[in-house]
Design a protein around this ligand. Structure first.
Ligand code: ATP
Length: 303
């Protein structure tokens, strides 16, 4: 049966010699959704995206992307794909407009369509004032946004982005996400991106947490965060160990992690926890109650 999902991968894995870069990825990405692959350096994020982009042959497993088989129908997939990888692909010697026109021709658009598509994408991404500027003279942020313009010019159905916000300042990061949001809202494009900034993935529909080539957790960010606890208590100091033991004993701890300096406990009833900490003999040097984050989920699953 053909799945309506944009991506259906089963056991997709890759070895580089004896290095197991990716164990076996099971992934279903619904059309129009925003899905994040999270993990630290070396987790296997780039390997997963390169395989789904048909640029790296899997060692094992299979996948269908936009209904096509990853191996036997790779060229059909490529035509409907937009890629933004870590290295900028625009040519520094060409202007922004020349880069975009060139990308349009490479994507197989005719002269009229290229002109129309370039005008549209320049407008959409706000590249108007930089149109005649040489790409080598752009700031890192605008280079990355030009890269996104290049990748979306031919109106792909699926956009794959590998750590698209690395090195961007908050303003360009914000602009990049709003461009991607608009792409999804207005054209229903599916977006799969990787990042090692956990907070950035909190607005995704679903996230996959990768560690050492294996998926350690998967789901909607809010569900994963709820799994940590209603809130997270961070504390350190002389009474730390006794407080942690009391939270477990009183069944106030949903999850618990020892950190470098103290404890991070996912708790059930924040007010009772605050009271217990305030009354603990010996006291604490630091105490904080906050919402659970994806970073907590990640620490829990990988420590
Ligand atoms: P980063 O955030 O640093 O880009 P990543 O999560 O994208 O990391 P990958 O680049 O997919 O991780 O790498 C996964 C593992 O595969 C790492 O151990 C890496 O060293 C190894 N690896 C990646 N590419 C190659 C290669 N061409 N040859 C040998 N090993 C490789």
């Amino acid at each position: 049966m053909t799945s309506p999902n944009t991506i259906e991968a089963r056991g997709l894995g890759r070895d580089y010699g004896v290095t197991r870069a990716l164990e076996g990825l099971d992934l279903s990405v619904e059309a129009g959704s925003l899905v994040g692959i999270l993990g630290p350096n070396g987790a296997g994020k780039t390997t997963a995206l390169l395989m789904l982009a048909t640029l790296l042959r899997p060692t094992r497993g299979s996948a269908r992307v936009m209904g096509c088989d990853l191996i036997s129908e790779a060229s059909a997939i490529r035509r409907r794909l937009g890629l933004v990888f870590q290295e900028a692909t625009i040519d520094g010697l060409l202007t922004v407009e020349e880069n975009l026109r060139f990308a349009g021709r490479l994507a197989g658009l005719d002269g009229y369509s290229v002109k129309h598509a370039v005008n549209e994408v320049v407008q959409r991404i706000g590249l108007g004032p930089l149109r005649q500027r040489r790409a080598s003279q752009l700031s890192g942020g605008w280079r990355r946004l030009t890269d996104i313009a290049r990748a979306t010019l031919h109106r792909p159905a699926l956009l794959l982005l590998d750590e698209p916000t690395v090195g961007l300042d908050p303003e360009h990061r914000e602009r990049m996400w709003s461009v991607l949001d608009a792409e999804r809202r207005e054209r229903g494009i599916t977006v799969l991106f990787s990042t090692h900034y956990m907070a950035e993935a909190e607005s995704a529909d679903r996230v996959l947490l990768l560690s050492k080539g294996a998926v350690v957790e998967e789901g909607a960010p809010a569900d994963l965060q709820r799994g940590v606890g209603v809130a997270v208590a961070e504390f350190e100091g002389p009474a730390g160990a006794a407080i942690e033991a009391a939270l477990v004993r009183e069944q106030l701890a949903a999850t618990s992690m020892r950190t470098e300096r103290g404890w991070r406990v996912g708790v059930r009833e924040p007010q009772r926890v605050a009271q217990l900490v305030a009354e603990a003999p010996g006291g604490v040097t630091r105490f904080l109650l906050r919402e659970a984050t994806l970073e907590d989920v990640y620490f829990l699953r990988t420590r």
